[in-house]
Design a protein around this ligand. Structure first.
Ligand code: FES
Length: 200
């Protein structure tokens, strides 16, 4: 039982509940991605090559947008582990996708700090603005809306991630501006990332 009666914490993570991944077309890393992966693998002792599993998956996902069974096999071969180990990682982390997603992936943190600070209201506002329920992608593959677990900025709740960027202290009233900015200027419109501000 979760602390929130309406949220299905953990659903889909159990082996018996998760769907079989889509086979997809044959996957092979591009030469550039293969070179990047080899550079990352070289940071680990040879016997721990599979420590690069997250990076290997990110490269595969960046290349084709989501992870198919074919891509899982290629990742497993590249870092020398089993496909089952790769599949476990894919299904454990919500930032890996097993189906095509929108260009802009909007992720509302629903974990405790954000839930207490009104994350559900933010999700509702995003749902209205995008015409999507959490878990859905629009027909043009422009936007996907997701509820995710802690994004690591709990003191700045509620937090909304947009691809690799994130927006802190997000309020329902600000959602329209966020989405309009993405529609008009894409990622160029993202200015709320704490890391970017801190790095200036
Ligand atoms: S609880 Fe939302 S960022 Fe940690």
């Amino acid at each position: 039982m979760s602390f929130h009666p309406l949220m299905d914490y953990g659903a889909g993570l159990h082996h018996s509940a998760r769907p079989l991944p889509e086979e997809g077309s044959a996957f092979a890393y591009t030469p550039a991605n293969l070179a990047k992966l080899e550079e990352i693998c070289a940071r680990y002792p040879g016997e721990h090559r599979k420590s690069a599993i997250i990076a290997a998956l990110y490269l595969a996902q960046g290349q084709q947008g989501y992870i198919t069974l074919s891509a899982m096999r290629a990742v497993a071969a590249a870092i020398r582990c089993t496909t089952a180990e790769v599949e476990d990682i894919v299904y454990f982390y919500t930032m890996f996708y097993t189906k095509p997603m929108g260009k802009h992936i909007i992720m509302v943190c629903r974990t405790l700090s954000c839930a207490l600070a009104g994350a559900e209201r933010v999700t509702e506002a995003l749902s209205r603005e995008l015409g999507l329920k959490p878990g859905e992608t629009d027909a043009n593959r422009e936007f996907s809306l997701l509820e995710v677990e802690c994004l690591g900025a709990c003191d700045r709740a509620p937090v909304v991630g947009v691809n690799d960027d994130w927006h802190e202290c997000q309020q329902p009233e600000a959602v329209k501006t966020l989405i309009e900015g993405l529609r008009a200027a894409g990622a160029q419109s993202l200015t709320g990332c704490h890391l970017k501000v801190a790095g200036e």
